[in-house]
Design a protein. Structure first.
Length: 300
């Protein structure tokens, strides 16, 4: 199956490429901004016509949340208009599109968390641009999976864990926000679950003992999921403060973590207080954020 990946050098995209590469199930074509400008519709059309992919994974995006507040035009160009254009070229090639979106499409005022069918109401430009991207995808093509996730961390990118570990080398006490709640999500876990649930059902005639099939827990009887919007994160949730405490505990660092409110760290973009994404549409096998964190820290 021909898979075209966009955003291959990002934290999530690089993990997706690593997870997909090396197996016989997927013929990979991967691009980043230096290879392909996704805001150039002519370039997009040319690449898609040449490759004629079966499945497209879009992990590309303008994710500098605070910068989006002053770079609104750029945010909408990349996160919105380009997403719509990608959907349009997918339609032209009859390719299934899997697009990564965010918890930031919600305002964060529902402390119970958000279902896939809850009405979005973003409170910053990044969230607005990602929501508009979702809308353009649904307008331009019907064979799509929009996967919203939250609080990503992993290799090959700046993340909260790395920041905490660096601070832990020089400080004995730090303040961390405790009024923002979400589910920290390991890119490795997310990629494996995306492949298991969304890609593998499209692969036909898999050898029963294929090592990749076993490694990803693929069930040959698993049916294709209906097209639409899905929520996918590691299970359970915490605050940034709780996350930091667990990082230091597992890393065996004696750091005092003081809980503070969001207004202690004024930032250009408002953050949702509740980023809990409820998965109500399929059986998710992603482990708890605590177990995922242990696995990530094992690499240090």
């Amino acid at each position: 199956m021909k898979v075209l990946l966009l955003g291959k050098n990002g934290m999530l995209g690089s993990q997706m490429l690593k997870t997909l590469s090396g197996g016989v199930d997927f013929e990979m074509y991967a691009f980043d901004k230096d290879d392909l400008d996704i805001t150039d519709e002519t370039a997009l059309k040319s690449i898609f016509e040449r490759i004629s992919p079966d499945f497209v994974i879009n992990t590309a995006g303008y994710t500098a949340v605070d910068d989006c507040e002053t770079e609104r035009e750029t945010a909408f160009k990349i996160n919105s208009e380009a997403s719509g254009a990608i959907a349009a070229v997918c339609k032209a090639e009859n390719a299934v599109l899997l697009h990564i979106s965010t918890d930031y499409v919600f305002d964060g005022e529902n402390s119970s968390g958000y279902r896939e069918d809850d009405v979005p109401s973003p409170i910053n430009v990044y969230g607005e641009s990602k929501l508009r991207g979702e809308e353009l995808i649904t307008k331009n093509w019907d064979k799509y999976y929009i996967v919203r996730t939250s609080w990503l961390y992993g290799e090959n990118g700046k993340n909260f864990i790395d920041t905490m570990l660096k601070l832990g080398k020089t400080k004995k006490e730090i303040d961390v926000v405790d009024d923002q709640i979400g589910s920290p999500t390991y890119t490795k876990d997310l990629c494996e679950e995306v492949i298991r649930c969304f890609l593998m059902p499209y692969v036909s005639n898999l050898p029963k003992q294929h090592d990749r099939t076993i490694g990803l827990g693929y069930d040959s009887s698993m049916k294709k999921l209906p097209f639409g919007i899905y929520h996918l994160t590691n299970s359970e949730h915490t605050s940034w403060c709780g996350f930091a405490k667990k990082i230091f505990e597992l890393a065996k660092l004696d750091i005092r973590v003081n809980p503070v409110k969001s207004d202690a760290f004024p930032r250009p973009a408002k953050r949702p207080h509740c980023s809990i994404l409820l998965n109500t549409k399929f059986d998710c096998k992603m482990r708890s954020w605590q177990d995922a964190l242990k696995a990530y820290l094992a690499f240090f």
